[in-house]
Design a protein around this ligand. Structure first.
Ligand code: ZN
Ligand code: ZN
Length: 483
């Protein structure tokens, strides 16, 4: 068309931009953007919406936002591409921020907006906004189809409200395989393995399970220590459903066997993976199990395989150094640490968030940025004293090798989840449930400490870490210390 000097219309540009978006062809798309401006379509609403969606699909969120901000009028489509662009790139906070602007601008939303915002709430653990969206759907009599229903289940599940997730599941007229899988995975994440298996068995009357369903089932079994159930499901997947195991299934199997202390079986499973090469996730599961059950021989094998695959991952070094420390091989711990320093590897920074009165507060380790820092630390110290009186002793060992020496004692005491918890206890009414989201795994000491805190404060405390949920109540945790 350009060669023939045929004039382009806004339809031409939206169609070409859509193609560029589907191909993630950033270079060509930028050239098209130039043509758009030259041809005088720079302020055409449809073309602008197409540009926003093109840039977000190419992960160019800055450029997308620039086009979006320049739009004299913003269509629903433009608001949606942009919000979902943030959400899909893991920027849930930005997605929610923009959604709030949309609400302030008095825009109506559609099911695409809802699904995106619910996904952002799931990422952040923002139960307040998630509930608001659900309420909005109810009040406005919007139809809850399977897609929205599944998003609601995921949102409630990921925000820690399993009962509500189940309520939504039961209320749906139609459930497809994704809905069933979402419910199984919700129960699994929370450590309710038996409930997960009940849903899986009920599925006999529903759609046939797919490969993802079995990942959810196996991971539920792994988290709840249901080894024989998991083995049966794995065999049935291959024999009855002709689904070939993917790497994710192998990871869950190794995790399940390993957590249950069947380390040799887990190692045999890895060796039996004929046509698939074990990846880092498989060896991480193996190494984690070796650490949990203090098996140094297999731990070292797993560690060496892991390092061969991903030699630059700081998390692996921490795990490996823990295995050596467990074996008392302190010279090797030192060696691993020196390699880390040499390579300039830093551990990922841990942080925890907590929602109080519809506002989310973030804490990092030994954080002093909160205006009420003094009160929070003072309260936390008192709290830990009360815990000590009823039998708590700090699990120093677990973090000894995870942080720099001078930080050890201090850091252990002021891990982000403890700070968030202290703040939450101070700011919420007696008896209410506390919900915390942590970006990394909960450490052993915090896990023990929170069990005691649930006793001395008589509170139910729910912590979502990188992999799963912990429901602390009356001194025990729903994970049964498998995590
Ligand atoms: Zn901790
Ligand atoms: Zn737990």
């Amino acid at each position: 068309m350009l060669a023939c000097k045929t004039e382009c219309s806004n339809h031409t540009f939206t169609a070409v931009l859509k193609s560029c978006a589907n191909l993630s062809a950033l270079g060509i798309g930028k050239t098209v953007h130039c043509h758009v401006i030259v041809c005088g379509y720079g302020l055409d609403l449809f073309v602008q919406a197409a540009l926003v969606s093109f840039y977000t699909k190419c992960n160019e969120l800055g450029a997308a936002r620039q086009v979006f901000d320049e739009m004299p009028e913003r269509s629903l489509v433009a608001w949606n591409a942009m919000i979902s662009g943030y959400e899909q790139n893991g920027l849930a906070e930005e997605a929610i921020g923009l959604f709030n602007c949309m609400r302030e601008a008095g825009m109506e939303f559609d099911s695409v907006t809802m699904v995106t915002v619910l996904a952002a709430c799931s990422q952040l653990g923002d139960l307040g906004l998630g509930r608001w969206v659900h309420e909005y759907i109810n009040v406005n009599g919007l139809r809850v189809n399977t897609t929205i229903g599944t998003s609601l289940i995921n949102m409630y599940g990921r925000c820690g409200d399993v009962i509500k997730a189940r309520e939504v599941f039961d209320s749906l007229n139609q459930q497809n395989v994704i809905t069933w899988t979402a419910m199984i995975s919700t129960y699994g994440m929370h450590g309710y393995g038996n409930e997960a298996m009940k849903i899986f068995h009920l599925m006999k009357h529903g759609p046939p399970p797919n490969s993802v369903t079995f990942i959810a089932v196996l991971s539920a079994c792994a988290h709840a220590g249901l080894v024989s159930e998991g083995q049966l499901a794995y065999a049935s997947m291959i024999q009855n459903y002709q689904i070939a195991p993917r790497i994710e299934h192998h990871v869950s199997m190794v995790d399940m066997l390993g957590r249950a202390g069947l380390l040799n079986e887990a190692y045999q499973h890895i060796q039996s993976m004929n046509d698939i090469k074990p990846n880092a996730a498989v060896w991480t599961a193996m190494l984690g199990a070796c650490k949990m059950h203090k098996n140094v021989t297999l731990g070292v094998i797993a560690a060496e395989n892991l390092l061969a695959i991903e030699p630059h991952h700081p998390g692996h070094f921490v795990l490996i150094s823990n295995v050596y420390a467990m074996a008392g091989q302190m010279d090797r711990v030192e060696m691993v640490r020196n390699v880390m320093i040499e390579k300039g590897l830093k551990k990922q920074v841990g942080y925890s968030t907590i929602e109080v009165d519809n506002k989310t507060y973030m804490f990092s380790m030994a954080d002093v940025s909160h205006p009420e820092t003094d009160t929070i630390y003072k309260y936390l110290d008192e709290l830990m004293e009360r815990c000590r009186e009823v039998g708590y002793t700090p699990a120093f060992e677990s973090v000894m090798h995870e942080v720099e020496d001078e930080e050890r004692a201090h850091a252990l005491r002021y891990h982000s989840e403890k700070l968030a918890l202290a703040f939450g206890l101070l700011k919420t009414r007696e008896g209410s449930v506390i919900r915390i989201v942590k970006n990394l795994r909960v450490c052993e000491d915090c896990h023990v400490a929170i069990k005691f805190i649930s006793v001395v404060t008589r509170r139910k405390i729910i912590v979502r870490d990188k992999l799963r949920f912990h429901h602390f109540e009356d001194g025990s945790c729903s994970c049964l210390d498998y995590w």
